[in-house]
Design a protein around this ligand. Structure first.
Ligand code: NAD
Length: 291
């Protein structure tokens, strides 16, 4: 049994914290939302009064927050995680944020004797609910091994990918692939429907061939039915495309298709779809075809 402090109980954090509590760990969680705290209590965790209360006794702290400003606030600000935990505590930030913030958090943690991993995830809400996430971890190998039993309660593919920040670079690569596939599935639907072919039937065939993917498997029916409740919001994917393009600039490489997909995602946000699921890229592609 590990004492876990869990900060950020949203779409992803709520089922993840519930799995840890269900696996017998002692989970204290905090979120700004009272509803989220009630769900944690219902799942067998303890609703803490604030960040410090959630993490003070923890052996491992997990953060699952929207973006780097929230991670900086929760972890680095006075009264945050690094102030409140015991020396030797392990912090696994599972949020998707820019690699340089992960590296800065790891350095700040090291100054206080706190071990830090960046451990972003892929698999979406379904992956979180089914404890089937892919977890890509940057940091020291022995810290990864220490955290592995907790990760195993959350995911199926759990890989140490390199030093601090490397987990976030792998996640950026994941997000540009996911965005590209959504864009192309959207284009396939628009083409099929405009040509008078049933899109659901057409995508069923695609899903069984070389074009098959988890996105086609999980999302083709909801996309054809125009069901876009998140899931993963376009706003968050916009953030992730920005991370991918910044990482490309840092690595001095050109990612032309990623640039195009980033603009489609930005258009979705500008068109007012930011709070819809990222599969709502279909609405953007329909828009540019006048449909
Ligand atoms: P979310 O917005 O549903 O959840 C974030 C939670 O953090 C919210 O409940 C919010 O109240 C809480 N929060 C924000 N600031 C806080 C603070 N200062 N103190 C305490 N709590 C605070 O987001 P999500 O979809 O769960 O995503 C979380 C992270 O995981 C993001 O970085 C996202 O990019 C990544 N991610 C999401 C998915 C997905 O399918 N939703 C998949 C993979 C990765």
């Amino acid at each position: 049994m590990t004492k876990v402090g869990f900060i950020g109980l949203g779409v992803m954090g709520t089922p993840m914290a519930a799995h840890l509590a269900g696996a017998g760990h002692d989970v204290s969680g905090f979120d700004l939302s009272a509803d989220a705290l009630a769900k944690l209590t219902a799942a067998g965790g303890r609703a803490a009064a604030d960040v410090a209360d959630a993490v003070a006794e923890a052996d491992v702290v997990i953060t699952m927050l929207p973006d780097h400003p929230q991670v900086e606030q929760v972890v680095l600000a006075p009264g945050g995680v690094l102030d409140a935990v015991k020396p030797g505590t392990l912090l696994a930030d599972m949020s998707t944020i820019r690699p340089e913030t992960s590296i800065a958090v790891a350095k700040a943690g090291a100054l206080k004797g706190i071990r830090v991993l960046d451990a972003p995830v892929s698999g979406g809400q379904a992956g979180a609910e089914q404890a089937a996430l892919s977890i890509m971890v940057g940091g020291e190998a022995d810290d990864f091994e220490a955290a592995r039993p907790l990760f195993e309660a959350l995911g199926k593919t759990i890989v140490h990918v390199g030093p601090h920040g490397a987990g976030q670079v792998v996640k950026a690569a994941n997000q540009l692939v996911v965005g590209g596939i959504y864009g192309l599935v959207a284009e396939a639907i628009v083409l099929l429907e405009a040509s008078g072919v049933d899109a659901g039937t057409g995508l069923d065939v695609l899903a069984g061939g070389l074009a098959g993917s988890r996105i086609l498997e999980l999302k083709r029916k909801s996309m054809v039915a125009r069901q876009f409740q998140p899931g993963f919001r376009i706003d968050l994917h916009h953030k992730d495309m920005g991370i991918a393009l910044a990482a490309a600039r840092q690595a001095d490489v050109a990612l032309p298709m990623t640039g195009l997909v980033a603009q489609l995602v930005a258009a979705g946000r500008a068109m007012g779809y930011g709070s819809l699921d990222h599969s709502a890229l279909l609405k953007v592609v329909e828009g540019v075809s006048g449909r």
